[in-house]
Design a binder for this molecule. Sequence first.
Ligand code: BTX
Length: 323
Amino acid sequence: ETKRDQLIDILANSQNGFISGQELSRNLQISRTAVWKHINELKKDGYQFEAVPKRGYRLLSRPSAVNESTIKWDLQTEWLGQSLVFKDEVDSTQNIAHQLAREGAVNGTTIIANKQLHGRGRLNREWVSHHDDGIWMSMILRPEMAPCHASQMTLFTATSVVDTLAKFANIPVKIKWPNDLFINDKKFCGILTEMQAELDHIEYMVIGIGINVNQESMSFPEEIRQKSTSLAIETQEKWDRRVLIQQLLVDFETTYREFLTQGFSYVKDKWTNNAYKLGEKVLVNMPKKSFEATIEGITDDGALLVRTIDNNIEKIYSAEIHW
Ligand code: BTX
């Protein structure tokens, strides 16, 4: 942690009282002048202080900017995002996460960027994320579980995002199998899980979450405009990305703990309760057959359960589905 980060932590933790320059200088083991310089830097970055002679400094407000220190400031997680990398522009946060994971980054390390030049979805599809109007983040996890449970991790990520959004707005968020989030039949969030694993052991996982937050309809490229939406479009107001990021991290950490202690049934019920087109008819296209079926839910291994017209239940692991 840099001196600047430590200073922010100390000020944030004593928001109700003043801290003198002397005390700060002693705690941080830097000179009074250095403290004063840091404070001035923070002011430039949008932090506001009340400064009273002889009593010291009190932090009044932090900038609304999204960056490493504003996200980490009063982040209420134990381990997730406590190691945080924030960049203005990256190729893809997934790539950075893989690189850091290979170099030994700790469990919970999170990478967030304002813009991605080559954000990606599943099967190397493009994920549009060129502007700082969404949340583009990747989390490194080192779960002690067999690789066969990995698909459960992707499913519970979706449920944790649903939990988070419910805290901010009353919007009908639906989970479309396997892992996209929809509002009013339009996609606003995608989840991408990648992992490095041996047969019996996960070395690390990278869970990527992309959320359209403040886009206007016209800001989407034409090819996806009709089928994409953002939180701002759906709620008619701009969202504070920093607050949303912090809550996502808190809820993910909580859901993860519950998943590890209570197992998958907890996640499964939540997933099913929020499933897109639950009980409705879709068309399932597989390489060798194509049939109509009703969405019933998911299985423990992450397959989609459908009921065929002749009342058979089928498990679908991969198929093209016409919703
Ligand atoms: P997916 O393969 O399910 O979805 C990709 C498809 O979604 C695209 O082919 C396109 O049709 C559509 N699409 C692309 N961009 C958007 C968008 N912004 N909003 C709505 N629809 C879109 C979903 O993949 C997983 C996406 C994960 C993205 C995160 S962002 C942080 C991390 N870094 C990174 O490169 N990917 C992940």
